[in-house]
Design a protein around this ligand. Structure first.
Ligand SMILES: NC(=O)c1ccc[n+]([C@@H]2O[C@H](COP(=O)([O-])OP(=O)(O)OC[C@H]3O[C@@H](n4cnc5c(N)ncnc54)[C@H](O)[C@@H]3O)[C@@H](O)[C@H]2O)c1
Length: 391
């Protein structure tokens, strides 16, 4: 299948890079200088209207080494945590990227918003629904921008899913199956921050499950979740013989593993829509299945990928009836562009133009409510009702 070129999308990227107003530089700080902070920094360095002024990490010396590696040795890094950095008024911060592990999403986000600093917060939003609500209260009180780091939704293929639903081609949506996973892919190459409850809080569910949920919920306009029956397990992560630990000679990780490596759920959404979900960091299967969206006029099949990270695995297909004939329409794969660049650029543009957050908390709170609901339902062993806190 030949790829369809979307010149308009490429043109937008070029325009963003070239036509940026540099009369006022945005002063940006990085909170958490680990693995994903590199991707943020690589993009900020391409922005002519950004000055990276500071970085903070809990590990002494890590922020300084990070800034040196990125060729910004003058950035201030002498901070023991996010608090000291945000308390330093000499920095005059316009924005921060929060790239800390999940259990340290809410606290720095609230602290930054209370200080009047715009926030780009990595996914998942938080660990619990209550934390997300607390962050949103700080966002509301501050009037600043809070955007959550869901770059896959900026992919032209993901946007196509939303366009297909909105075009009415599928009719009324009543059933969705989504999720994905890896046969063997517990993320431990950089240590244990993804697999320990004290840092991660959620396992595959939060790490990659949030992407699957955003893929379909964003497409259908983020209806409110009503009830959830959830399940989670950790058969691979807790096994000292897990192949990944064997290869890395890290059998001790099995005793540290304290999150989920598989989760599944049955969720009822407002509007009578059923959402059937499953996600895996490890399983005895290549993929738990494609994403499917069933409507009264058509059905959409979105191929999964073997390394599920929120991307479309190939050409999508619409199954529908045309003039009485059961037929299929193939949707060619579109060039996605540099999604991380778009994520950072759209956040900066929203600050400069006074626009709404590109990935707003008002949507992602429902994503978080489902993650939280699955975790709670799994622990209780029964269906639960989802209540969205007052913001
Ligand atoms: N959007 C994406 O594609 C993507 C990809 C990978 C990870 N992530 C997300 O990014 C986050 C970080 O992941 P990572 O792989 O970089 O983890 P990491 O463990 O490599 O880095 C996190 C860093 O944050 C620091 N930290 C924690 N709390 C802090 C605080 N209060 N103040 C200052 N520093 C603090 C830690 O010391 C650590 O160095 C996770 O929430 C993850 O889900 C997003």
């Amino acid at each position: 299948m030949a790829e369809t070129k979307d010149a308009r999308l490429d043109f937008n990227i070029v325009q963003e890079e070239n036509k940026v107003d540099t009369s006022k530089k945005l002063r940006v700080g990085i909170i958490g200088c680990g693995w994903i902070a590199d991707a943020h920094m690589d993009c900020y360095k391409k922005m002519a209207d950004v000055e990276i002024v500071a970085g903070a990490d809990l590990v002494p010396g890590k922020a300084a080494a990070f800034m040196a590696k990125h060729g910004i040795p003058d950035a201030k890094t002498d901070y023991a945590s996010h608090k000291e950095m945000l308390d330093d008024e000499s920095l005059q911060l316009d924005a921060v990227s929060i790239c800390t592990y999940n259990r340290q999403h809410a606290e720095p986000a609230i602290y930054a918003l209370n200080k009047g600093v715009n926030v780009l917060l990595e996914k998942p939003f938080t660990v619990t629904l209550d934390e997300a609500a607390e962050v949103m209260r700080a966002e509301k009180a501050s009037g600043k921008i809070l955007s959550i780091g869901f770059q896959p939704r900026l992919d032209a293929n993901m946007q196509m899913i939303k366009k297909i639903v909105e075009s009415g081609e599928l009719g009324d949506i009543y059933y969705i199956q989504t999720g994905g996973g890896r046969r063997r892919g517990i993320p431990t190459p950089f240590g244990t921050t993804f697999i320990e409850d004290k840092t991660a809080g959620l396992g595959a569910l939060g790490d990659i499950g949030c992407y699957s949920l955003d893929m379909v919920l964003n497409a259908i306009g983020y209806p409110k979740p009503l009830t959830v029956t959830g399940y989670k397990s950790a058969f691979f992560g807790k096994d000292p013989n897990y192949s990944g630990y064997r290869e890395d000679k890290k059998a001790e990780y099995a005793s540290l593993f304290s999150v989920d490596d598989f989760a599944a759920a049955f969720i009822r959404l407002e509007g009578g829509i059923i959402l059937d979900f499953r996600i895996a960091w490890a399983m005895n299967l290549n993929t738990p299945g494609d994403t499917i969206i069933l409507g009264t006029k058509g059905g959409l099949r979105i191929p999964s990928t073997e390394c599920w990270n929120g991307s479309v695995g190939g050409p999508m297909k619409i199954y529908h009836e045309v003039a009485g004939l059961q037929t299929e329409t193939v949707i060619p794969t579109l060039p996605g562009g540099d999604l991380f660049f778009k994520k950072i650029r759209s956040f900066l543009d929203a600050i400069k133009n006074g626009d709404p957050a590109p990935v707003p908390s008002s949507q992602i709170i429902y994503n978080q409510a489902i993650l939280d609901g699955i975790a709670r339902s799994a622990e209780l062993g029964r269906e639960i009702e989802i209540e969205i806190p007052e913001i």
